[in-house]
Every structure is written in structure tokens, then in C-alpha cells.
Write a protein that binds this ligand. Structure first.
Ligand code: HEM
Length: 449
């Protein structure tokens, strides 16, 4: 049985991983999706254990070393790892996520070509403009639901940036709500899932129609725009993408971009809970959100001098966004003595790894200064995946996420004042992804004193 070749992996003597003694652990996982793997791993005293999840023997892994294996080994695929309804709501069949090897590398290169410093700078300029426009409107209102309001701002920005036409504010609001519903309902069952499916169907009809028009030359888009790049993309073997895949990848570009609004909500919650941090940000010298010299999130050492960057990273580390991800072993492999069978499902614990007590002392304390002197580590801070952006499935939107959060946080902390309405701010740790039930209501938005 071949062992992992990746040099950073410690291969131990072969021994079976501890096993959960319950016949099926699905309900336990769903009751505590963010913490279940790390808690069970701590009980077992092992970063890998097996449990039966949705009727299948599944290996659960946690911690930075596990992230290095999950992303760096080249022995795990996303094909067949996600239940179909979730795959359909998120990345979908035929998308970059379910590709491996050369086909993946070519499609991923397309996404990464959209994330160059000038393109990110353009996104940031548009976001700042849309944000200011929204702030002016918020000042006229008694109260706003921040999560909903920001998703419209990000949706308008993403569509302008990508070259996707929108018919005014009402459409931006509708499309933004649909984009958010898709990822918001992916981990749900019942009504939320149904709403997510309806949102997906509407989005596919909309972007599918536009993709056909762009392809047929009936809709002219800026040749530099993301839409033009995706529509013209050829796969590794020179085959043009089908209209359907153009639509799928455009959804994959815009939906997660709109989801950055949720991180901005988490950032606003963190500002509210940590007034001393807000005061510190107010005193900080403003720096640009996109610094072309320091763009790699895992190695952006220079950025650590910027308190806004440190705040963003701490929000990304602590926010309960995606709890875990699934993969399947493409061939038998051994890690920490445990043999993963070919085809075995493996779950990597994202939230638990970001709260690993060895990697992050006092992991539940919100402390942006833990990033002072951050030397970069591709497998320790993994809210958007680990490893390498180009050769693995790590999120290509990480730079855009960080830049957008920086611009929003700078405004929320230093440019405007507002009151947080009295409301229940408790986050349910059973909801995937979670959010305050109120969406975070803020009142009396005005320019900062
Ligand atoms: C809201 C913030 C975001 C979060 C929490 C997030 C999370 C993630 C995670 C965890 C993965 C890895 C999936 C895996 O390993 O299977 C991923 C992949 C991906 N993300 Fe993001 N993402 C975010 C923002 C974005 C943005 C702004 C974009 C737009 C460019 C984007 C586009 C993608 C794509 C296309 C993939 C698939 C990459 C691949 O399979 O190689 N994401 N994201």
C-alpha cells in the first residue's frame, strides 16, 4: 500500500484509527457541526478517527497537519464527496471543484487569472464606491439589517466588476438575496433548503441566459471583464466550455463573492464585542486594502503590521463559516498510521483547525494581535481551504475576501458611527453557516465624529 509522498507528512506505524462506538454519528455531527470533530478527536487523543456518517464509514481529521494531508497529498478528490443536493447548491457538477489533475489546473488558472493585483484593485475601487453610496442611503434610514444590506452592496460590486448587467437596485437586491440563499441553505434541510433550490434555479436561468447571449454575440461585455474571460476559456485540451459550464463558473464567481457579506457581518459583531479593538483601529494609519506587494494570505508577513489586516484574519479564524469539507481518497493511503481505503470519504475540520489549541493558544479568545509577527502558514489558518491555490482546491477568492473585508471594516470602525439595536446576537452553532437571527440590526448611521 503506497504511503504519502509529501515531505511534510509524518507517516507512523500502521494502526487502525480510533472508531466512534455509535452505529451512526450523523445526528451528533449535525447537533454540533463546528466542534464535533475536534471534540471527538480530543476524546480519542488522535487527529484522525472513524465514524459512520450518513451510513458510510468516514475518516474525520483535524489540525494543521491534517490540512496538509487533505490538501497536499494529491490523493483526495472532491468527486462524490459532497451529497448531491449540497454540491448542486454550491459548486455544481462540471465545476472546477470536481475536477482533478490537468483539467483542474487549467480551470483553476482561469480563476486565478481574475485575481491579479490590478483586477483586485478595480474590485476594491468599485466596492468602496458602492459602499459609500449605500452608507449615504443608510444615513437616511432609522435602521438597517446589515447582513442583507451588505449583500446587495457586494452583489452590485461583483456584477459591475464581472461585467454582468443588472437592471437597477431592485434587481441587485433580488440577485444578491438569491446568491446568499444558495450558500445559506446548502447546509440546511426543510424550508431553507427549498428556498435555496428556488434561488439556484432562478440564478441559473438568469446567468445561463446571459452566458448564451455573450457567446452568441448578442450581449457585448468588456473584453477584459471576468465574464469575457470565462466565456472565452478553453479547457486543458483546448475544448471551449459549454454555455452551461460558463454559467456554472459565473455562479461560482459571484455567489461566494456575495457571501463575503456574511464575513462583514461577523466583523461588525466582533467590533461590537471588542470596543477596545475598535478604538485601536480608529487610531491606525489607513493603508490600502489591496497591497500588490503582500498578496499571499498565507505569507503576507508585511501585512501583519496593519491592525486592520490582523482584525480581518482574526475574524476569518474565529467566524463559524464553513465547519468542514469532504474529500475521497483516490487511492489507498496511510496517515498517522491510519489506512484510508481507496474511495473512503474523509472530512477535514476547518473550524476546529482554526481553533486548534496547539496552533492557536487560547483559541476562543478574540485577539487580532496573535497575527503580529505571523510568518505565514498555508495549513494553519484555513477558513477558505489550505495548501496551494494553483495546484489544489484552496479558494481562489481569498485575496478578494480579505481586501473587501478590510475596506468594510475600515469604514465601520473609523468612518461611520452607528448604534447596534437591542437584539439577540447569540449565534446558533447548529446552523450551517450561522448568522445572528436578526441579521444584525444597526441604527442611526452617521459620519464618525
Ligand atoms: C465568503 C468567503 C469565502 C469562503 C468562506 C470560501 C470558502 C472556500 C473553501 C473552504 C474552499 C475550498 C473547497 C475545497 O477544498 O473543496 C473554496 C473554494 C473555492 N472558492 Fe471560495 N470562499 C469564499 C470566497 C470566495 C470568493 C470571493 C470566490 C470568488 C472568486 C470564491 C471562489 C471559490 C472557488 C471557485 C472555489 C473552488 C476552487 C477549486 O476547487 O480549486 N470563493 N472556497
Amino acid at each position: 500500500m503506497p504511503e504519502l509522498a509529501a515531505p511534510e507528512l509524518t507517516v507512523h506505524e500502521s494502526r487502525p484509527a480510533p472508531r466512534e462506538r455509535w452505529p451512526d454519528s450523523t445526528l451528533s455531527l449535525l447537533r454540533d457541526p463546528y466542534r464535533w470533530i475536534s471534540r471527538r478527536a480530543a476524546t480519542h487523543g488522535s487527529p484522525v478517527f472513524e465514524a459512520r456518517i450518513m451510513g458510510e464509514r468516514t475518516a474525520c481529521v483535524t489540525g494543521p497537519e491534517a490540512a496538509g494531508m487533505f490538501y497536499g497529498s494529491g490523493h483526495l478528490t472532491r468527486k462524490g464527496a459532497l451529497p448531491k443536493p449540497i454540491l448542486w447548491l454550491l459548486q455544481d457538477e462540471g465545476s472546477v471543484t470536481v475536477l482533478d489533475g490537468m483539467p483542474h489546473a487549467a480551470r483553476k488558472a482561469m480563476f486565478l487569472s481574475l485575481m491579479t493585483p490590478p483586477r483586485l484593485q478595480r474590485f476594491d475601487e468599485l466596492f468602496a464606491e458602492e459602499w459609500q453610496r449605500a452608507v449615504n442611503a443608510w444615513k437616511q434610514k432609522d435602521a438597517i439589517v446589515l447582513d442583507d444590506a451588505v449583500r446587495t452592496v457586494v452583489c452590485r460590486t461583483a456584477c459591475r466588476w464581472a461585467g454582468v448587467p443588472l437592471d437597477g437596485d431592485a434587481e441587485a437586491e433580488r440577485r444578491g438575496a438569491d446568491m446568499m440563499a444558495m450558500f445559506d441553505g446548502a447546509g440546511a434541510i426543510g424550508r431553507r433548503r427549498l428556498l435555496a433550490w428556488q434561488a439556484r434555479r432562478r440564478t441559473e436561468a438568469w446567468l445561463g441566459g446571459l452566458a448564451r447571449d455573450v457567446r452568441a454575440g448578442d450581449l457585448t461585455v468588456d473584453p477584459q471583464s471576468a465574464f469575457a474571460v470565462v466565456a472565452a476559456h478553453r479547457d486543458h485540451d483546448g475544448t471551449p466550455l459549454s454555455n452551461e459550464i460558463v454559467m456554472t463558473e459565473m455562479v461560482n464567481l459571484i455567489r461566494p463573492t456575495v457571501a463575503v457579506a456574511r464575513y462583514i457581518t461577523f466583523a461588525a459583531l466582533a467590533l461590537h464585542a471588542n470596543p477596545a479593538e475598535r478604538r485601536l483601529l480608529r487610531r491606525a494609519t489607513p493603508r490600502p486594502s489591496v497591497d500588490p506587494a503582500a498578496l499571499a494570505p498565507e505569507t503576507a508577513v508585511d501585512d501583519a503590521a496593519d491592525p486592520v489586516w490582523r482584525f480581518v484574519q482574526e475574524v476569518r479564524r474565529t467566524a463559524p463559516f464553513f465547519p468542514l469539507l469532504g474529500g475521497r481518497a483516490t487511492e489507498p493511503l496511510t496517515w498517522h498510521g491510519h489506512q484510508f481505503r481507496q474511495g473512503q470519504r474523509v472530512l477535514i475540520d476547518l473550524y476546529g483547525t482554526n481553533h486548534d489549541p496547539v496552533a492557536w493558544p487560547e483559541p476562543d479568545r478574540f485577539d487580532p494581535d496573535r497575527f503580529l509577527g505571523w510568518q505565514g502558514d498555508a495549513n494553519r489558518l484555513i477558513p477558505q481551504g489550505a495548501g496551494d491555490h494553483a495546484s489544489d482546491h484552496r479558494c481562489p477568492g481569498e485575496w478578494l475576501t480579505i481586501a473587501t473585508m478590510k475596506t468594510a471594516i475600515r469604514s465601520l470602525a473609523t468612518e461611520i458611527d452607528y448604534a447596534v439595536a437591542s437584539q439577540d446576537l447569540e449565534l446558533s452553532m447548529r446552523r450551517i453557516p450561522t448568522r445572528p437571527t436578526t441579521g444584525l440590526v444597526i441604527r442611526a448611521v452617521r459620519d464618525a465624529d
